[in-house]
Design a protein around this ligand. Structure first.
Ligand SMILES: [Zn+2]
Length: 148
């Protein structure tokens, strides 16, 4: 079935395989920052495949996914700035708790919208990411551990 809501990508930069168990998601930060994080924190055997698959995408995406992604990205920025700008430990604790809840809710909503649209995203992924080891759950189908 052809979806009726294919739109652009909105104001968010999107990427594939930022995390090994998420097919696509808004890029929170830069691609270079994520590449550096992978090099610094991931097992050496995973680094080449993670770096090879990580990329910005320019596929058209379902409109509701774009909106959910924008909301998630905005919630992340609010949370990040609250954390950065906080000047007392008391304020930090309260601001982070409240903002974290907003971020978690936005992330949960994004995950739900992605799940609802996963068949369309999987089809786009198959077109645009040939020879990918993604099995519908991970880019490391032989290994199910390592959540991030
Ligand atoms: Zn892929």
């Amino acid at each position: 079935m052809q979806p009726s809501t294919v739109a652009g990508r909105g104001a968010v930069t999107w990427a594939k395989h930022i995390h090994h168990r998420v097919l696509i998601e808004p890029l929170l930060g830069s691609l270079e920052e994520r590449q550096d994080c992978i090099k610094a924190t991931k097992p050496a055997r995973e680094v080449p495949i993670r770096l090879a698959l990580l990329a910005e995408i320019d596929w058209p995406l379902p409109e509701e996914l774009v909106k959910a992604g924008e909301m998630y990205a905005k919630a992340f920025v609010v949370w990040y700035e609250a954390r950065r700008d906080s000047c007392s430990e008391y304020y930090v604790a309260n601001a982070q708790t409240e903002k974290s809840q907003c971020l978690l809710q936005a992330q949960h909503y994004y995950d739900l919208v992605l799940k609802v649209n996963i068949a369309q995203i999987e089809a786009l992924h198959a077109q645009h990411c040939p020879n990918c080891p993604w099995d519908g759950k991970t880019i490391f189908p032989e290994k199910q551990g390592n959540v991030y």
